[in-house]
Design a protein around this ligand. Structure first.
Ligand SMILES: [Zn+2]
Length: 211
């Protein structure tokens, strides 16, 4: 693999190792994401405090979290569920920045990458090492970068008021209603294999019924 290329100042080998440690494996999407973050950061220049918006929840957020101080948890990275392979880094003071995206017209010159991304070939017929090799040799040649001004989704999301849920006794945002979402039947879990009980002291009720 070519090691003369740097990703955000890191040698390629080091970046690939970091991807494996952070993401679990050398996912092609995270590696492509490295080139994207690298390009957007180069556009911004050094010394700019940047926030990030990523347009898919797959792979790309990890490239941003690996290479910038922006994480999902600190709120400097916003993740859109659009499933578009694109991201923007922008100056959090001026809201001016750069959007980088997978440019399909350019990617057509790299059949392995194009076919993989558009799911035109079964995964088994394209070994990971071959695909990674293509991505590394393509670099920015499959991407485009353009200046943008951010018009939404910037800044801190206000948390609003906190209340205590009458159903479960846990704290929740009062904007969700008079009970938390789980106690409104919109939860993702069951307690003790039973649906969450709505009412006061649900854990006590469950214990009595189990005894
Ligand atoms: Zn509740």
């Amino acid at each position: 693999m070519p090691s003369q290329v740097n990703i955000c100042g890191r040698p390629m080998e080091e970046f690939l190792l970091a991807v494996e440690n952070f993401h679990g494996w050398k996912a092609p999407g995270v590696v492509m994401g490295g080139f994207m973050v690298d390009w957007a950061q180069e556009g911004l220049g050094s010394g700019i405090e940047a926030d990030a918006i990523v347009e898919t929840s797959h792979c790309l957020p990890d490239a941003v979290q690996l290479l910038t101080p922006c994480t999902f948890g600190n709120g400097w990275l916003k993740v859109l569920d659009w499933d578009k392979f694109a991201l923007s880094l922008y100056d959090k003071k001026t809201l001016e920045g750069f959007r980088v995206w997978l440019d399909l017209e350019k990617a057509q010159a790299f059949a392995d990458i194009y076919n993989w991304y558009m799911r035109l070939v079964p995964k088994t017929s394209l070994p990971l090492e071959v695909l990674l090799e293509s991505i590394l040799s393509a670099g920015r040649a499959i991407l485009s970068c353009a200046p943008v001004r951010i018009t939404a989704l910037y800044g801190k999301k206000s948390k609003g008021d906190t209340a205590i849920c009458a159903g479960c006794g846990e704290a929740y945002p009062s904007s969700q209603g008079d009970r938390c979402l789980a106690c409104q039947g919109r939860g993702y879990y069951a307690k003790n294999g039973r649906p969450a009980v709505i009412g006061c002291q649900p854990s006590l009720n469950l214990r009595l019924r189990n005894d």
